[in-house]
Design a protein around this ligand. Structure first.
Ligand SMILES: Nc1nc2c(ncn2[C@@H]2O[C@H](COP(=O)(O)OP(=O)(O)OP(=O)(O)O)[C@@H](O)[C@H]2O)c(=O)[nH]1
Ligand SMILES: [Mg+2]
Length: 483
């Protein structure tokens, strides 16, 4: 700092000094205001002190914290703390903010009229603040009573201090240096933060987590669906086979009952009836399979497989009723024998009872024998037909059951193939969506990485000059006379 600079504009001299170190730095970005900022913790007495100071120093302007903008640098800062207790740690932030662009700080312990030990509090304040930051070691401290309960205000010492320092050229110079120091410190820390990607860190972490979540959810949903499909198909196989068997069993017992109550007259239509019932059961099972498989598809959010063409109407082989000529003949012979026996018995009975009625007895015996023969032969034929029918129904339903079981197995297998293919297609579509999301995230991550690298490069380029300028400013502040 030369005498010429000191004699001229101290602010311009400091700006020139910094620009000399780094021509890119032309202004600390703050506007000097020729005002005194009086501030302090809550109820410390700032407003009262301002009133007293305005009285005593009308040529100077005094303002409270809310009257000054962030980018304005007051000429001096009076930090008011009450004498009731020493300064608290939470108050350091207040003074740091108030004095960030201003070197000239005066500590004022207020309400000294009521607190007799104010000197102890003042000494404690001085040492605490000095311990908080080196720059406050040389801060002058005074006691004030701006609005005493009794008597005149005690602000003389403060008034004197302000009056002597406010017009001091060196104070202005140091204020400007302090503004530069704060600006350079901020710039360096911002470059450091940007270069380290500190502001982006949270976003980058969130993006990485999102990326992991997207991929994990995709994997989980894929395996869940595959397992669900497998188990549903397995269930369908078991349940539908059971359903088909069940239907066969019930139609078997229903037709069995019909056969056991069969009469000769109903015999011809029974065959057609059995054929109809068999085809009805086939239709029911077919519809049951279709409904079950489409339920499975709906539950898995897949497309229901197209039901295949219905099976051809099954024709039932006729019951083997007609090929029993030998048996009929045998029955005829046996029946005739039985009838003859009965006829002889009856005619003998008549002859014994009334010999005159022998002829009539013969006729009656013949008639009764013939009738019995016919009845026995007919009955035997019907019973044998019923037995044949029962066996036939067994065969028909057994064939039906195996046909239906095969049909169920085939349809479930076909549905499994269709649904698996559909699932694979869906998985592929989902994989594409996931890949899209992941690549979007990757793109943003890349952008952040590039921006951080760019900021790091800028930091590396700018930091040496900024650090040199800061060192110069600090050296000036340390070297020059204190406030
Ligand atoms: N005895 C005594 N009381 C004072 C003195 N200065 C301020 N007070 C009292 O302290 C209280 C706060 O005073 P203010 O001047 O409003 O303090 P402030 O810091 O502006 O308060 P806020 O703006 O509300 O935070 C008031 O009740 C004043 O009467 C003083 O020198 N002596
Ligand atoms: Mg106030």
């Amino acid at each position: 700092m030369t005498d010429v600079d000191q004699a001229g504009d101290p602010v311009a001299a400091v700006d020139a000094l910094v620009a000399g170190v780094d021509p890119g730095l032309s202004t600390p970005g703050v506007q000097s205001r020729d005002v005194v900022l009086v501030t302090g913790p809550w109820l410390a007495g700032a407003t009262g002190l301002i009133a007293a100071l305005r009285d005593r120093l009308p040529e100077h302007e005094f303002v409270e914290a809310e009257d000054i903008k962030p980018a304005e640098a007051p000429a001096a800062v009076v930090f008011v703390v009450s004498a009731v207790a020493p300064i608290a740690e939470s108050d350091y932030a207040l003074i740091d903010v108030a004095a960030r662009h201003t070197d000239m700080v005066i500590g004022a312990v207020s309400k000294i009229d009521v607190h007799r030990n104010w000197r102890d509090v003042l000494a404690e304040d001085r040492s605490r603040l000095g311990a908080h930051a080196e720059r406050y070691l040389d801060v002058p401290w005074v006691g004030v009573a701006a609005t005493p309960d009794m008597g005149e205000p005690t602000v003389d010492e403060l008034v004197e201090l302000l009056a002597s320092r406010l017009d001091d050229v060196d104070v202005k110079r140091r204020n400007r240096l302090r503004a530069w120091e704060s600006r350079l410190r901020n710039a360096i820390s911002r470059h450091d933060k940007d270069g380290a990607g500190a502001d982006r860190q949270a976003r980058v972490t969130a993006l990485r987590e999102r990326r992991d979540t997207v991929q994990r959810e995709r994997r989980v949903s894929k395996s869940e669906r595959t397992i669900a499909l497998r188990s549903q198909i397995q269930q369908a196989r078991v349940q539908l086979a059971y359903f088909a068997r069940n239907r066969c069993t019930s139609v078997r017992s229903e037709l069995g009952e019909d056969a056991s109550a069969m009469t000769r007259r109903r015999l011809p239509e029974f065959e057609t009836y059995v054929g109809t019932r068999v085809n009805e059961v086939v239709g029911e099972v077919e519809a049951g399979v279709t409904a079950h498989l489409s339920d499975v598809a709906t539950e898995l959010e897949l497309t229901a497989p197209q039901p295949p063409a219905p099976p051809p109407r099954s024709t039932v082989p006729p019951p083997p009723l007609k090929s029993r000529r030998l048996e009929t003949r045998l029955m005829m012979v046996l029946g005739a024998g039985f009838g003859l026996g009965v006829a002889l018995g009856v005619s003998r009975l008549f002859a014994g009872l009334a010999p005159g009625l022998t002829i009539a007895g013969l006729v009656a015996g013949g008639v009764v024998g013939l009738l019995l023969t016919v009845w026995v032969v007919g009955m035997r034929g019907l019973l044998s037909d019923r037995a044949v029918l029962d066996r036939w129904i067994n065969e028909v339903t057994a064939t039906l059951q195996s046909t239906l079981e095969e049909r169920v197995a085939t349809r479930v297998l076909a549905a499994e193939a269709t649904l698996t293919a559909d699932l694979a297609r869906r998985d592929e579509a989902e994989a594409e969506v996931t890949a899209g999301q992941v690549s979007e995230i990757d793109a943003e991550l890349r952008e952040h990485a590039v921006a951080t690298a760019r900021a790091a490069a800028l930091r590396d380029r700018r930091l040496p000059a900024l650090q040199r300028a800061l060192d110069t400013v600090r050296a000036e502040l340390a070297g020059g006379p204190g406030v």
